[in-house]
Design a protein around this ligand. Structure first.
Ligand SMILES: Cc1cc2nc3c(=O)[nH]c(=O)nc-3n(C[C@H](O)[C@H](O)[C@H](O)COP(=O)(O)OP(=O)(O)OC[C@H]3O[C@@H](n4cnc5c(N)ncnc54)[C@H](O)[C@@H]3O)c2cc1C
Length: 398
């Protein structure tokens, strides 16, 4: 597609810079605006799964990512006293650990470094108004500056404010009946390179994962019927978290003792973004802004990477933006929906046993599925595994 003006990308997370990479490769001029004042390197462990790994390889970034791998060896389930119930090494069916394990901030930095020389990044900037004139997109920024762009690509994550200006009616949030908190605590000498997960009564699920040499990362999810904690009420969040941790065993006690020192803290509802349309006119969504599957799936990065690759490729080969956006949605939507449909409120309740009896049954299931015999039956052959990754998403060539 021949383009006269620049393309604007909103959001310098994962999807935005990945899309900027491909658009620059196809010869377009790209401006990326990010509302944070500086590059955001927050976040805990992200898994780069299936087709996402292929995009990383096509971008030539596999080595840079591997250099930052957290080296997680697999996942162990513990009981409340800290005794090991079941072990799922990396590669086992059902383990949390994928082939590429990296802290979100490290991953975002690899993408930023790969694009900052070729694309224009403007930090501390966001969109206040968009006007689709037919011939282009007139955009006003919060510093008062107005500028024309050929297209606007919105990769602002789950709570995107620019999406709300254009596709509010089309966007729906699906609450899965739980809240999530992520943060880091100081690493201890006994923290090795395993992820440790423990079920707590009342429907709490806690996982500790290797972070960097100084920090261990924490992921806590807990059942909550209603999505009723809005905004930035840090006292309410803290109280809820303390309640979810109280009396939940040794791992929970350690986290409670460290909670006051936590700086980089994410807390929010476990919700998916489901948009009935991903574009309107010259405006199009990518990544979590369009199809957040929730960080609980570990699939958000793969969806963002695949979406960025396809959107940029379709813009390059399409006759018009309308054709390109339609092809992007047609190709990526089934992949997104397959990933999002893996989670339901019912499945989340199943993973978060509430009673001691439920937890005992969960432990039995964890033991059963981790046993050598069951893993042998469940584990696809090497050939099928190769094929599985390849078929996760069938990549168009651009
Ligand atoms: C700080 C942070 C920590 C995270 N931690 C985890 C984690 O620990 N585990 C996990 O699985 N996932 C985490 N995620 C989500 C994960 O990055 C995404 O699920 C996934 O990688 C898809 O990326 P994305 O680029 O679509 O969205 P995001 O990574 O959320 O990036 C969106 C970017 O847009 C920016 N932005 C938002 N609004 C505007 C605006 N109005 N104008 C301009 N810019 C805007 C944000 O500051 C952010 O940099 C985190 C996201 C962020 C932003």
């Amino acid at each position: 597609m021949r383009i006269e003006k620049k393309i604007l990308i909103c959001g310098a997370g994962i999807a935005g810079p990945a899309c900027a990479y491909w658009l620059h490769k196809y010869g377009y001029s790209v401006v990326v605006v990010e509302k944070a004042q500086t590059f955001r390197d927050g976040g805990q462990n992200v898994d780069i799964k299936g087709a996402g790994q292929q995009v990383i390889k096509m971008m030539g970034l596999a080595e840079a990512i591997e250099a930052k791998d957290t080296l997680e060896r697999g996942q162990k389930y513990l009981d409340a006293a800290g005794a090991v119930i079941a072990v799922f090494p990396k590669g086992a069916v059902g383990t949390l650990t994928s082939d590429f394990e990296i802290l979100r901030g490290d991953f975002a930095r690899v993408l930023f470094e790969a694009t900052k020389g070729d694309c224009e990044y403007r930090f501390g900037t966001s969109v206040t108004n968009l006007d689709d004139s037919g011939a282009g997109m007139s955009v006003t920024f919060d510093d008062g500056r107005a500028e024309d762009f050929e297209l606007v690509i919105c990769g602002e994550g789950m709570s995107s404010s620019t999406r709300a200006k254009v596709l509010a009616q089309e966007t729906r949030f699906r609450y899965l009946g739980a809240y999530m908190a992520f943060f880091k605590i100081p690493r201890r000498p006994e923290d090795d390179n395993w992820a440790y997960s423990v079920n707590g009564v009342g429907g709490t699920f806690i996982t500790l994962r290797p972070g960097n040499e100084k920090e261990t990362t924490v992921l806590i999810t807990f059942l909550r019927k209603d999505h009723d904690i809005e905004g930035d009420n840090s006292a309410a969040r803290r109280d809820l978290l303390l309640k979810a941790l109280k009396g939940r065993g040794t791992v929970a006690d350690r986290i409670t003792a460290e909670l006051d020192m936590v700086q980089d803290f994410y807390f929010g509802p476990m919700s998916q973004v489901r948009a009935s349309a991903w574009s309107k006119g010259r405006f199009v969504l990518i990544g979590d802004a369009a199809y957040c599957p929730t960080p609980f799936t570990g699939a958000g990065t793969a969806l963002a990477l695949v979406g960025a690759y396809v959107l940029a490729g379709e813009i390059a080969r399409g006759e018009s933006y309308a054709e390109a956006f339609a092809a992007y949605e047609r190709l990526v939507r089934p992949y997104v929906e397959a990933s999002q449909d893996q989670l339901s409120p019912r499945f989340i309740r199943l993973l978060h046993a509430k009673t001691w009896f439920g937890i005992s049954v969960t432990h039995l299931a964890q033991k059963f599925f981790s046993s050598g015999g069951v893993q042998k039956v469940l584990r696809p052959s090497a050939a099928k595994r190769e094929k599985g990754v390849a078929e996760d998403f069938v990549f168009p060539q651009y």
